[in-house]
Unconditional design. Structure first.
Length: 290
């Protein structure tokens, strides 16, 4: 088993199609088929279920995929480390950020970092906390911004900010004059929510589970501007970080009677390699949040 075969295997597992995988790898499809058969012969296990349109992993293939991704990531980390010993930098920071923080907390930080390090590339990927955690573990991201709770042991974290989660209603909503709102009144209303996987939705689901509420979710979207417009037009209410309402007109934040604070952290793989660019970004963000 060598890294070339593992690369072929991972690419085929991700594309679920020999033609697409061969195209991504820039090799002929027959060559890919031969390589996969060679890997299966070495391991003495079938790795894929094959049919005309789509292939899927066998149980043995699923087990190998987890290890193959880690092996290839570690090799990539080693190559980066060796390059930096020659005075080279990776030159790119791949950062995963949830929608609310990406829109309202990070823009100034990202522009400040880019001004200080103009030759470094920033790649920003918007996703929910659960997706960001998994992408970090899979080596698809260098750094990620997550809810600092129940963090997998394989991730290291650095606290960034603590922000309050508040109910958000329109200026014309009948609850808009409230100084605070309890969960029972909140869940009587029509709601617009992020889809599962975002810390905003995790909070809602946890409250419902612990208090046995059944939420009336009328709208479900990961588009923050859409959520805000739905709230402004009084079609539903939501729950967002307070920092969002500080920058938006036409919406009213109402703290919950039982205050809810979320700890937001920067995360990275505990045993992964952090490039000079990654470390420079972490240090820069820490100074901005200090």
């Amino acid at each position: 088993m060598n890294t070339r075969l593992l690369t072929y295997f991972v690419t085929l597992a991700e594309t679920e199609n020999f033609t697409r995988a061969a195209k991504r790898l820039h090799i002929a499809q027959p060559a890919l088929s031969v390589a996969i058969k060679k890997l299966e012969q070495q391991l003495e296990f079938p790795l894929f279920h094959r049919n005309e349109r789509k292939i899927s992993l066998t149980h043995e293939g699923e087990v190998l995929l987890k290890h193959a991704r880690l092996i290839l990531q570690q090799i990539n980390d080693a190559n980066i480390a060796m390059a930096e010993l020659k005075g080279l930098e990776k030159g790119e920071v791949k950062l995963g950020v949830p929608s609310m923080l990406g829109s309202y907390f990070f823009p100034e930080i990202l522009m400040g970092f880019k001004s200080q390090y103009p030759n470094l590339k920033l790649t920003i990927i918007e996703a929910g906390t659960q997706s960001i955690r998994q992408m970090l573990l899979d080596g698809e991201l260098d750094l990620g911004v997550i809810h600092n709770e129940d963090v997998p042991e394989r991730l290291e974290t650095e606290h960034l900010i603590t922000s309050q989660m508040v109910a958000v209603v329109s200026e014309d909503h009948h609850l808009s004059s409230r100084q605070y709102i309890d969960f029972e009144d909140f869940f009587k209303e029509e709601l617009v929510m992020f889809k599962p996987g975002y810390f905003h939705r995790e909070f809602i689901d946890e409250v419902c589970q612990s208090h046995h509420f059944i939420p009336k979710i009328s709208f479900e979207t990961n588009l923050l501007p859409m959520i805000l417009n739905i709230v402004r037009h009084n079609f539903a209410i939501s729950a967002l970080l307070e920092l969002v309402t500080e920058h938006e007109k036409g919406v009213i934040p109402i703290p919950f009677k039982q205050p809810v604070y979320l700890n937001i952290a920067m995360a990275w793989r505990r045993n992964g390699y952090l490039s000079l660019a990654d470390r420079a970004f972490i240090d820069f963000v820490k100074k901005q949040c200090g």
